[in-house]
Ligand binder design. Structure first.
Ligand code: ZN
Length: 178
């Protein structure tokens, strides 16, 4: 197995993997299943309501989400596609597990449809105009290399400048020590 799921960790801004466009998953292998389980675990530990594969350093089109802390609500989305964005837009404060202590009001369509493949290999389609719709759009952005930093207002972006600089210093400091 090329990826050891136990070794996966949440990677932080400005790791370049967060900026890459992720690639479709060709087949649902044991590796994919194990990675998805590990991602759900990391998401709950964080705690968060969604986590995309680039956030654990994998260039895969996969994200996991759970609108609650109940493991029964855990969902895995493989090769997801968004469609039918609602015309109504909504501002909502978002954070990101890869950009700690940074939040911003992000405007997105309130309603969206997602179609994806589940771990069982079956394609499913869901529509929401509540928190899941927000999470799906945020996580899908990660697969395109888009972060909340790209979508926040100039005011919010300015307000987090200092924290971003700190994250950049941490990241580059760490890579220099290696
Ligand atoms: Zn995020």
């Amino acid at each position: 197995m090329p990826t050891d799921p136990a070794k996966l960790r949440i990677v932080l801004y400005p790791d370049p993997v967060l900026r890459a466009k992720a690639k479709p998953i060709p087949a649902i292998t044991d590796e994919v299943r194990a990675v998805a389980q590990r991602m759900l675990q990391l998401m709950h530990e964080a705690p968060g309501v969604g986590l995309a594969a680039p956030q654990v350093g994998l260039n895969w089109r996969l994200f996991v989400a759970s609108p609650s802390t109940d493991p029964n609500d855990d969902m895995v989305f493989i090769n997801p596609v968004l469609s039918a964005p609602g015309r109504e837009l909504e501002d909502y404060e978002e954070g990101c597990l890869s950009i700690p202590q940074v939040t911003g009001e992000i405007r997105r369509p309130k309603a969206i449809t997602v179609e994806a493949i589940g771990l069982d290999g079956a394609t499913f389609r869901l529509t929401s105009d509540e928190l899941p719709a927000r999470v799906w759009q945020h996580e899908f952005d990660h697969l395109e290399g888009t972060l909340i930093l790209d979508r926040m207002t100039p005011m919010d972006r300015m307000a987090c400048e200092r924290q971003l600089k700190e994250l950049e210093t941490d990241y580059h400091g760490k890579s220099k020590r290696r």
